[in-house]
Design a binder for this molecule. Structure first.
Ligand code: CP
Ligand code: NVA
Length: 308
């Protein structure tokens, strides 16, 4: 049994195998009607708990559909509706759930909650986003990049805006998959220094660049995310917008990058804020492929967790 907690704590060779398996899972479904189950009913008879302490559209639906297509069943739980939200410890919740279900996916705030859940659970635990990371998203993003451009190794990824949880997972992925990353954002919102250190220690070139036009020169991929994450105080909204406005991904920035650069956004996006609609809907954007690939990548993650 394997937990899927973060990209920097999972073996790089196994991450590569998960991506390759996701590709094979996707190919096996090609041309099949949407509602039909997978040929391989890998999760037949298994129950998966999906716990959300924050809102979600993609993570919730892609995990739920993925489990069902593999023949398993899901239980979607909101943290507030559980005793977890009313004082029961995370460890006790993990021990109890482990008696009922075969796999737990949790989206929460502090990553300490995820680790406490994993330490106490006797079934695999998957990180469905914390304040600190979003590994499932980046597995789908690597898969998507490689579908369009081939191996990501040696490529230049430019992260624009806030050095947040999704950025941290991109930095972990840079170290594990061997690509370089330029961070284009304000000093106040620099990425997690531990994630930067991890990528550099694993041989990636990580550049911090305050000028967005210079940052995107020679980019293979430009990534944006919301300027105000779910864990950020709403009171910081105006201050963040003022700091981040110069880093909007728009037609001028895409032109400075050139035609080979893809555009990604984990979604939900705020059109007209971190990215314009012209870029979201433009020829270099692969945002809906990314969203679709959450389904395929997470199927491979769940099977890896369960050794299937
Ligand atoms: N990208 C992503 O995780 O989206 P949701 O918040 O809708 O799950
Ligand atoms: N950084 C965003 C990602 C949402 C999928 C957040 O944490 O709210």
């Amino acid at each position: 049994m394997n937990h899927f907690l973060d990209l920097h704590t999972t073996d790089a060779g196994e991450l590569r195998q998960i991506i390759d398996h996701a590709r094979a899972i996707k190919t096996a479904r090609e041309g099949r009607p949407r509602g039909t189950p997978d040929d391989e009913q890998a999760l037949a008879g298994r129950m998966v708990a999906l716990i959300f302490e924050k809102p979600s559209t993609r993570t919730r639906v892609s995990f739920d559909v993925g489990v069902r297509q593999m023949g398993g069943q899901t239980m979607v739980l909101s943290g507030q509706d559980m005793q977890l939200g009313h004082g029961e410890t995370i460890a006790d919740t993990a021990r109890v759930l482990s008696r009922y279900v075969d796999l737990i996916m949790i989206r929460t705030f502090d990553e300490a909650v995820l680790h406490e859940m994993a330490d106490a659970a006797s079934v695999p635990v998957i990180n469905g986003l914390t304040d600190n990371s979003h590994p499932c998203q980046i597995m789908a993003d690597i898969m998507t990049f490689e579908e369009h451009r081939g191996p990501i190794k040696g490529k230049k990824v430019v992260w624009t805006g806030d050095g947040n949880n999704v950025c941290a997972s991109f930095l972990h992925a840079a170290g594990q998959f061997g690509f370089d990353l330029t961070f284009a954002g304000p000093m106040q919102l620099d990425p997690d220094p531990k994630a930067v250190g991890f990528a550099r220690d694993h041989g990636s070139s990580i550049v911090i660049e305050r000028d967005p036009m210079r940052a995107v020169e020679g980019a293979d991929l430009i990534v944006a995310d919301t300027w105000v994450s779910m864990h950020d105080a709403q009171s910081a909204r105006e201050r963040r917008h003022n700091m981040l406005r110069a880093y909007q991904v728009n037609d001028a920035l895409m032109a400075a990058a050139g035609d080979k650069a893809l555009f990604m956004h984990c979604l939900p996006a705020h059109r007209g804020e971190e990215v314009t609609s012209s870029v979201m809907d433009g020829p270099q954007s692969v945002i809906f492929d990314e969203a679709e690939n959450r389904l395929h990548a997470q199927k491979a993650v769940m099977r890896w967790c369960l050794g299937l």
